[in-house]
Design a protein around this ligand. Structure first.
Ligand code: COA
Length: 387
């Protein structure tokens, strides 16, 4: 079986662009430089990860929209939707398309423009990732789901909700050095604790922001790589790409605090890569809410249940810790343009492995990205390896 390589990536700053940039502007800014820089590679498939462009921007049919704007007419091009795991899921399809030898060079784009609408409306569009009949129509939203999970977690394990904000302090610290991050500023724990409540016990600083973003990566097979003059120092291998699912409704789960799909997908991905979790040096986890960072660390076996906060207290999640997470700000502080997030994570994993990240993890060999749809109903795990 051929190996799958990521030869380049590009992304635009994550912001709320409002009327300053259209979906079209964002797409071109992210993808065109990548296509131009790699003009010797003939792209034979485009996969676009997106959660809700038809709702946020009234633009559906993104496959053809992309090939038109990127002058790739004739190239097959499709949108992949898996709520906020759409970016990670688009890598899953691209990885398999290359592995199956049906495609050789694939442009994978993640794009979302959420700021064309007000927060209340954006919140209701995102809620469609949960079960409409049993959950959403009764008024719950994603901050609400995560508030419930955080309450349960703190009650079960006797954790002080203020300590969950340590994850946001870490994310902001890293984002302060990332020129593409939405919040390029450090925050103190005291400031985070004083921020307004959003969904008790979660505060503003426990939440990722409503954001706009577009990121693109270029994947190819071994033969294509051999024929190109791409700088080998900038190439990483995508060694595993897995997805697992769990019940879309929280009430159907035996233990709502367990992200089972993350555990299953990570197990499969590590097995396929023939490595263990101890080989991973960069962990880009789906910290859409602080409680999701906590649940992810526990689901991936980096902490015992109820103890993830200790990793934050002991500095183990910091850029120089044992398990560096949110290394360029994560969803919390780089921003969370939902369907684009998985591709920002892939881009950041690549930057870390080719030693061009700011801030930089010391000489990493493997990076893992975890991208979640809903409250853990879809989880994608991608593992990248330095060449
Ligand atoms: N963290 C830190 N600061 C934030 C923030 C966040 N998540 N969201 C907004 N802000 C800041 C803004 O920068 C702004 O600051 P300023 O006044 O200094 O300019 C201020 O808070 C108000 O911003 P605004 O955009 O009006 O916020 P809002 O009240 O409309 O929305 C939330 C705040 C938390 C409700 C919103 O960001 C949210 O819903 N987040 C969750 C998104 C989500 O569910 N994603 C999907 C997860 S699966």
């Amino acid at each position: 079986m051929t190996r799958v390589f990521m030869v380049d990536g590009n992304a635009i700053p994550v912001k709320k662009y409002g009327e300053k940039k259209t979906l079209r502007d964002m797409l071109k800014e992210a993808a065109l430089p990548l296509i131009k820089r790699n003009s010797e590679i003939s792209i034979d498939l485009v996969v676009v990860g997106n959660m809700a462009a038809p709702q946020f921007t009234q633009q559906n049919h993104l496959g053809a929209f992309l090939t038109t704007e990127l002058a790739l007419d004739g190239v097959p091009s499709l949108r992949v939707e898996a709520a906020s795991a759409a970016g990670g899921a688009s890598l899953y399809f691209a990885y398999r398309a290359i592995k199956s030898r049906l495609h050789r060079a694939i442009l994978v784009v993640g794009i979302e423009k959420m700021s064309s609408t007000v927060t209340e409306e954006a919140t209701s569009f995102m809620a469609a990732a949960a079960d409409w009949e049993y959950e959403v129509q009764h008024g719950i939203t994603f901050p609400g789901f995560n508030g419930i999970l955080a309450q349960r977690y703190c009650y079960e394990f006797g954790v002080n909700p203020d300590d969950l904000l340590l994850f946001s302090v870490n994310a902001h610290k890293n984002a302060a050095k990332n020129p593409l991050a939405m919040f390029q500023k450090e925050i103190s724990l005291e400031k985070a604790i004083k921020s307004p409540l959003v969904a008790d016990p979660l505060r503003l600083y426990d939440c990722s922001p409503v954001s706009d973003g577009a990121a693109a990566v270029l994947l190819c097979d071994e033969e294509t790589l051999k024929k190109t003059e791409v700088n080998r120092d900038n190439v990483v291998e995508l060694v595993s790409s897995e997805i697992a699912t769990d019940t879309i409704t929280l009430h159907n789960r035996e233990d709502p605090l367990e992200l089972k799909a993350a555990t299953v997908a990570a197990k499969r991905a590590l097995k396929h890569a023939k490595i263990t979790k101890d080989d991973i040096n960069v962990w880009e986890l789906h910290d859409a809410f602080s409680i999701m960072a906590v649940a992810s660390l526990e689901a991936l076996g980096l902490s015992e249940p109820g103890k993830a906060v200790d990793l934050a207290k002991e500095g183990e999640i910091a850029i120089d810790g044992k398990y560096p997470i949110s290394t360029m700000g994560g969803l919390k502080a780089r921003g969370h343009p939902v369907g684009a997030t998985g591709i920002y994570q892939a881009y950041e994993a690549w930057l870390q492995l080719v030693q061009q990240a700011t801030p930089q993890v010391d000489n990493p060999q493997y990076a893992l990205t975890e991208n979640i749809g809903g409250s853990g109903a879809t989880v994608t795990i991608n593992i990248f390896k330095k060449m």
